[in-house]
Design a binder for this molecule. Structure first.
Ligand SMILES: NC(=O)c1ccc[n+]([C@@H]2O[C@H](COP(=O)([O-])OP(=O)(O)OC[C@H]3O[C@@H](n4cnc5c(N)ncnc54)[C@H](OP(=O)(O)O)[C@@H]3O)[C@@H](O)[C@H]2O)c1
Length: 293
């Protein structure tokens, strides 16, 4: 049986770095996927120049038909998936405060798409497989300052409805123009991105429960501040460095690591520690620029 690894949104950035790293180490087929065919094939050509040979398939994580086409393709060609890295995301970082349409897009791509992937792609993940959700420091619970949501998201019997309500609470507030930015850390900067990533890290725990019986691990992680288009090139790490911990998590981490929130240095953090200092600070962007100058 051929083993299969899939990385979403991997035509550039950290996803591309993960595909590249996996091609060097993973004993199986590695799928580079992209929402845009042309950008995906150009990325494949780049890897081919390095002597690396990924498989390619179009995959737009917000387009249900695209996810179905990808599912059917994998089902027919390989029958299953062993490693799935949910990496695709947007930040829309032209401003630290997004309008309603931008917020909606960020929530759709960075959070709601995982529900489609969970429904359609997770059933293909084989026993002992590994799923990694690329979250962010914006995904740690300490980004949320609204105590009602901190408590609700920390519930032992958390349900997907709680997480969806959380995302909807945020979007409604933005739509009605009465959202209290003090409910989010760092003066509510990049609030939509924080809400989406907190939701993603929260659902990781539920996904772990769902897949426990197949001994599949589901973890989420913060890759560090990385020089990609998302950060306009600002960051402490390049994409190859940033790919190291994700690759460790899907290839080398102990089987016992499940439902965890992992930092870029491989440290497992307490996601529920809402008073911790792990939330994203926009001031880091300035520090990083100064360091790289
Ligand atoms: N860079 C950082 O400092 C940083 C920090 C914390 C977390 N992260 C997370 O790390 C991951 C990778 O980010 P990055 O910095 O590498 O960003 P990036 O360079 O902007 O790459 C994002 C990738 O996601 C793809 N994508 C966007 N929407 C998609 C969709 N609907 N379907 C499929 N693919 C889609 C993009 O495709 P297109 O080329 O078509 O746009 C691109 O390939 C993200 O989850 C991000 O939130 C990054």
């Amino acid at each position: 049986m051929v083993k299969v690894a899939v990385v979403t949104g991997s035509n550039k950035g950290i996803g591309f770095g993960i595909v590249k790293g996996l091609l060097k180490r993973f004993d199986g087929v590695v799928y580079l996927t992209s929402r845009d065919d042309g950008r995906g094939k150009a990325a494949v050509a780049k890897l081919n120049e390095l002597g690396l040979k990924p498989e390619y398939h179009q995959l737009d994580v917000t387009d249900r038909d695209s996810v179905i086409r990808f599912r059917d393709h994998i089902k027919e060609k390989y029958g299953g998936i062993d490693i799935l890295v949910n990496n695709a995301a947007v930040a829309n970082s032209t401003s630290f405060y997004n309008n309603y349409e931008e917020c909606k897009t960020i929530i759709e791509i960075n959070y709601l798409s995982i529900l489609t992937i969970q429904e359609l792609i997770f059933p293909l993940v084989r026993e002992n497989g590994r799923i990694l959700n690329i979250s962010s420091d914006c995904g740690h619970l300490s980004n949320i300052r609204n105590i009602y949501w901190v408590k609700r998201l920390s519930k032992k019997d958390l349900k997907v409805e709680d997480i969806n309500d959380f995302a909807n609470w945020f979007l409604e507030g933005i739509k009605e123009e009465n959202f209290n930015y003090d409910d989010i850390a760092d003066e509510g900067t990049v609030a939509a991105y924080r809400v989406a990533k907190v939701a993603l890290s929260a659902i990781t725990m539920l996904q772990q429960k769902e897949l426990e019986s197949k001994n599949i691990s589901v973890n989420s992680m913060h890759p560090g501040l990385v020089q990609t288009d998302m950060t306009h090139g600002i960051g402490f790490y390049d994409i190859d460095q940033a790919a190291e911990t994700p690759i460790y998590l899907v290839l080398d981490a102990p089987d016992s690591l499940k439902g965890a929130y992992v930092w870029y240095d491989r440290k497992v953090l307490d996601w529920y520690d809402y008073k911790a200092d792990y939330f994203f600070k926009t001031s880091t962007l300035k520090t990083s620029t100064q360091k790289s100058e």
